[in-house]
Write a protein that binds this ligand. Structure first.
Ligand code: NAI
Length: 651
């Protein structure tokens, strides 16, 4: 982040006079007018139906036939049987309730809307039934929150797969927020693996088949010029964190286009699990097309069916979105960039870091960096002998993308803070990308982000040979290359280290460089291991069971955000991330080291957030020397005050 980019495009959008907010009615009419210029035959379905039923029916049938052919599960559409289907569709209102067509305009009793409002509906614990017109719409025996929570647990317990659990939880979030967030906070360690990694990866892959999708804001290329209206359609007014993805690098799964919303929503749930109020969170999917041919061919794909936008239109749309977020929700709203591909991730971070009144970070670069450096700091404390000093470490980063370059930069910063000269600190860092070791003779093909780490060494394309040559003390994988840490690689690490530090951070599990079991087996139980998804305990011998740590960004980005909100920091600096890394590492004690963990268990994510947020806030606040305890109290108060879904009995 040393050389901020100039931001002419952003400044240009920012300085523009604002277009008035167009009403939904106006925009729909405009959209219809636009679509007619593209295809005159395409028009509002119901209106057309009345005027030319045959034409409309032909198009419905053609669409059904086309999707049936594409899906391979409808061999033939029967015109006669389709007719009653169409008629019954007309007699069905938008919420799916069958009503006589003639009564469609009759005002509904208020209880109807209340039942469908996730902020009001709370199962059999829904309050204020008479005033809300809910009498008779719910079973008469009212229960308290605990019973609804137990019901939600029971429903989750009946799910037969992780994906079914994801759907169950999203369904709960969209129908009964109170129970959902109570469950998320009470059973964080059980629920997070479904709504966040690893299951969220599967959810993104199957997003088109989901009928209950998590809520968020959808901003597409088609909305350029009208983003203001979209942002103002969001039902909450006190948003503090906007989690934006363009879906181009979803976990290790590549380009998932508009299906990336699963990730923005999942990260928002992690913030909520750590005490940020759900109303302060805004997940956003920027739909700028996809280059994923499978999605482009999929009739159920929910995004724009076009290749990714690579021109200035991409930047213009993002500029517009960020300015509108800032103008509506305020200049302190945090912009959290999530799962952008490296081509955009680094330049966008630099661009907005220096833009006025924009508070931003990229979790894949900076959050991962902090969690990785924290793991290295904790591992070093676990080392026996004289090597237990960060300044003695030499790290080989396998995969030279956002995660590992961010980690390499923060590791260098940590060494410099400990008195190591910057050039010397960089010599302790080795990168290995898809073409081998990052060395000076490859300078012409290296990106700006990799160049500062190019070493003066011969080319090497074999990882095990590179390890023999460099003798790193730590090997950190963030490459999404499954099985890259072979037996030969782990043995090479174990030959030059009594306790080789081996992190296989790629996720989901199918992308991991090696499993915990392999790392322990091939290192004869000597490795200090961490993974990018939760590993089951490994029974290494009758007397030794490992419960390795999980390098989870969830330990970093929520406390960073809480500290930023509470201090009103105008920038989220690398120093704040390093402080977070140190505070997280400090929270790992001997009890965890004994089972081989260098991170706290996920069960502690919320309590850890208090300690880490307090440390970061205190480092930002230089108004007093004795601030840590005070900040701990302030963070706790923030979390409790904002606990809109406390579990007190409501009867
Ligand atoms: P990225 O796409 O920015 O980088 C991937 C890197 O791997 C590129 O430098 C590429 O050249 C390299 N690579 C590809 N094939 C290779 C090969 N055969 N040999 C060596 N290098 C190769 O992706 P990013 O954001 O760095 O993420 C990488 C992985 O790390 C993903 O699976 C991601 O989900 C995971 N990750 C895990 C985190 C965690 O555990 N907390 C946090 C962030 C990312």
């Amino acid at each position: 982040m040393s050389t901020p980019l100039a931001t002419p495009a952003f400044a240009a959008y920012d300085a523009r006079p604002r277009a008035p907010v167009v009403s939904r009615r106006g925009s729909r009419a405009r959209a219809r007018a636009t679509s007619r210029t593209v295809d005159d035959s395409d028009s509002d379905c119901d209106a057309e139906d009345d005027r030319a039923p045959d034409g409309a029916r032909r198009r419905v049938l053609a669409a059904l036939a086309a999707s049936g052919a594409a899906l391979g599960n409808v061999s033939k559409v029967d015109v006669a049987s389709a007719t009653p289907l169409r008629a019954s569709m007309r007699a069905t209102d938008r919420a799916g309730t069958a009503t006589p067509a003639s009564s469609a305009r009759a005002p509904r009793p208020p209880g109807y809307a209340a039942m469908r409002d996730a902020n009001v509906y709370h199962g059999a614990a829904t309050m204020d039934r008479e005033n809300r017109g809910l009498d008779g719409l719910l079973p008469s025996r009212a229960v308290n929150d605990e019973v609804e929570l137990a019901r939600a647990r029971a429903a989750l317990g009946q799910c037969e797969s992780a994906f079914a659990s994801y759907k169950q939880l999203v369904s709960l979030q969209t129908t009964d927020k109170r129970t959902f967030y109570q469950l998320l906070r009470a059973d964080t360690a059980d629920v997070l693996p479904y709504v966040y990694t690893p299951t969220v990866g599967e959810a993104c892959l199957r997003f088109g088949t989901l009928v209950q999708r998590p809520h968020g804001l959808w901003v597409s290329l088609n909305d350029a010029g009208s983003v203001r209206r979209l942002v103002r359609n969001w039902p909450e007014r006190d948003v503090k964190i906007a989690v934006i993805t363009d879906g181009e690098r979803i976990l290790g799964l590549g380009d998932q286009g508009a299906n990336g919303m699963g990730i923005s929503a999942g990260k928002s749930m992690v913030y909520a699990a750590c005490g940020v109020p759900p109303s302060a969170l805004l997940p956003i999917q920027l739909d700028v097309g996809t280059n994923n041919e499978t999605l482009l061919d999929d009739p159920l794909y929910i995004g724009l069916k076009q290749k990714r936008e690579r021109s200035e239109a991409y930047d213009a749309l993002l500029d517009e979105l960020i300015v509108e977020i800032r103008d509506y929700f305020g200049p302190n709203t945090i912009i959290h960039f999530e799962d952008f591909a490296p081509r955009n991730a680094f330049r966008l971070l630099q661009k907005y870091y220096s833009a006025p009144d924009v508070v931003t970070y990229n979790d894949d670069i900076q959050g991962t960096a902090a969690v990785t450096v924290s793991g290295l700091l904790a591992s070093v404390r676990a080392l026996k002998g004289t090597n237990n000093d960060l300044t003695r470490q030499r790290v080989l980063f396998f995969g030279a993308g956002q995660a590992n370059i961010g980690a390499a930069e923060l590791f260098v910063k940590a060494l410099v803070n400990r008195g190591v000269d910057e050039a010397e600190a960089k010599r302790r860092v080795w990168l290995f990308d898809s073409k081998g070791l990052v060395v000076r003779s490859r300078a012409s093909e290296l990106s700006d982000a990799k160049l500062p780490f190019a070493q003066d060494a011969p080319k090497e394309t074999d990882l095990a040979s590179a390890i023999e040559h460099i003798k790193p003390t730590a090997l950190v994988g963030a490459s999404a290359v499954p099985g890259a840490f072979t037996q030969k690689v782990v043995r090479a690490m174990s030959r030059s280290n009594d306790q080789p530090i081996i992190f296989a951070l790629s996720n989901p599990t199918s992308k991991a460089e090696c499993s915990a079991e392999d790392a322990y087996r091939w290192s004869d139980g000597r490795a200090i291991f961490a993974s990018g998804t939760r590993s089951a305990p490994v029974e290494y011998s009758p007397t030794k069971t490992f419960a390795p740590g999980f390098a989870n960004n969830a330990f970093i980005f929520p406390p960073i955000a809480i500290a930023t909100i509470l201090t009103g920091a105008k920038q989220v600096t690398p120093d704040m991330f390093l402080t977070a890394a140190e505070a997280l590492a400090d929270s790992v004690g001997d009890d965890l080291f004994r089972v081989g963990a260098v991170y706290p268990p996920v069960e502690r994510v919320a309590s850890s957030a208090v300690a880490v947020a307090a440390a970061v806030a205190s480092s930002v606040d230089d108004s007093s020397t004795d601030t840590l305890d005070r900040w701990r109290e302030l963070v706790r108060a923030y979390i409790i005050d904002n606990d809109l879904f406390d579990s007190a009995s409501r009867l």
